[in-house]
Design a protein around this ligand. Structure first.
Ligand code: ZN
Length: 97
């Protein structure tokens, strides 16, 4: 089993520079929020990137049974860096953080 956290797995992931909610452009150095889901075949997949103004800090519309996570990160040259977990639909036992 893979024991690394979603934040570790998604650190360095490439992402677009347009907020998925308000279409504002995100610049290098901006704080962003991101939403990712875990798939058995592919692992953690980034689904949404939001600017700091629109980003959710908790999971509102959770998908039944899915392992989902809300991340806070810094946008840097079209990648997410300094990724931290803000919320996760499936609480983990022990190892997380
Ligand atoms: Zn936005």
């Amino acid at each position: 089993m893979n024991s690394s956290t979603p934040a570790e797995r998604l650190n360095g992931t490439r992402t677009g520079h347009i907020c998925d909610r308000c279409n504002k452009s995100i610049r290098t150095g901006d704080l962003v929020r991101a939403y990712a889901t875990y798939y058995d075949h592919d692992g953690w997949m980034l689904r949404r990137t939001w600017c700091e103004d629109c980003g959710d800090s908790t999971i509102n519309e959770s998908t039944d049974g899915a392992d989902e996570v809300i991340l806070e990160a810094v946008f840097w040259n079209h990648r997410l860096v300094s990724v931290e977990t803000r919320d996760r639909s499936r609480p983990t036992t022990g190892v997380e953080q």
